[in-house]
Ligand binder design. Structure first.
Ligand code: NAD
Length: 260
């Protein structure tokens, strides 16, 4: 059980982050939600967490491209629910283009949100984790943290980078009860991937269902999407005492993508 533990999950108003937040809340953790969206919908999401799981839930709107807002995220969360025991660095964006056409501002945004934000959150939560003698840091990388695909230079670079960061933090915390690991999902049908499905359907003049099958058959041998709930269950395991010696791992859950 994660009763009494406090968890921040970045980018948890949607997709994988939301699935992980639900799984941690179901184990009794208090939850800091972060991410964009309609303020009414976020307010009812927060209420749902409190009601369904009987925990404390707050939302902080920090834009993770902005280091000063990340500082505020950690300070405000600590003030409102207490010291952070579990940090899940999940917020991420995608952009698809050949490198010579890649907009410079998209490169900068992807490196800031998908990589540098995890440096900032980690450096800001570690002192309290160290003084309290317990912590779990989970970085949501990707199959693209270990292998590349064309037209995703910034994303692939950021995801390879966050696996390197994961290993360095795991070594710096190796002799403590703080662990740092990365999870490498394959295709998960979230809004981030739905956009790629829709773009492909339009470009190739095929149905959305055909575009989904095409996407999966290229990379994911199972032919099935990974689900946010499955990634939530893996996150719960990585937070457990049984996972105390899982350190610096890049753990794939990818329908066989990386077995090829
Ligand atoms: P998503 O678009 O459904 O959710 C992204 C979340 O991040 C949202 O809550 C959004 O509001 C938030 N976010 C975006 N930019 C932000 C910013 N600047 N500051 C704060 N929050 C911000 O995407 P998802 O598919 O759930 O992706 C979550 C993570 O999983 C990402 O790091 C992504 O790279 C990774 N991932 C996704 C897949 C997949 O197939 N969907 C596969 C591997 C890895």
């Amino acid at each position: 059980s994660l009763q009494g533990k406090n968890a921040i999950i970045t980018g948890s108003t949607s997709g994988i982050g939301l699935g992980i937040a639900q799984a941690l809340a179901a184990q009794g953790a208090n939850i800091v939600l972060n991410g964009f969206g309609d303020s009414q919908e976020i307010a009812s999401l927060k209420d749902e967490f409190t009601r369904q799981y009987g925990i404390q839930a707050i939302h902080h709107p920090a834009d993770l491209a902005k280091p000063e807002q990340i500082t505020d995220l950690i300070q405000e969360s600590t003030r409102q629910i207490g010291h952070i025991d579990i940090l899940v660095n999940n917020a991420g964006i995608q952009y698809v283009a050949n490198i010579e056409d890649f907009p410079v501002d998209r490169w900068d945004a992807i490196i800031a949100i998908n990589l540098s934000s995890a440096f900032h959150t980690t450096r800001l939560v570690l002192p309290a984790m160290k003084s309290r003698g317990w912590g779990r840091i989970i970085n949501i990388a990707s199959a693209h943290g270990l292998v590349a695909s064309a037209q995703k230079s910034a994303y692939v670079a950021a995801k390879h980078g966050i696996i390197g960061l994961t290993k360095a933090v795991a070594l710096e915390t190796a002799q403590s009860n703080i662990t740092c690991n990365a999870i490498c999902p394959g295709w998960v049908l979230t809004p981030l991937v739905q956009k790629q499905v829709d773009d492909r359907a339009a470009q190739e003049d095929i149905s959305v269902e055909e575009a989904k099958r095409a996407l999966l058959s290229e990379k994911q041998p199972s032919g099935e999407f990974v689900t946010p709930a499955q990634l939530g269950a893996l996150s719960v395991f990585l937070c457990s005492e049984e996972a105390a010696q899982v350190r610096g791992a890049a753990w794939n859950m990818d329908g066989g993508w990386l077995a090829q």
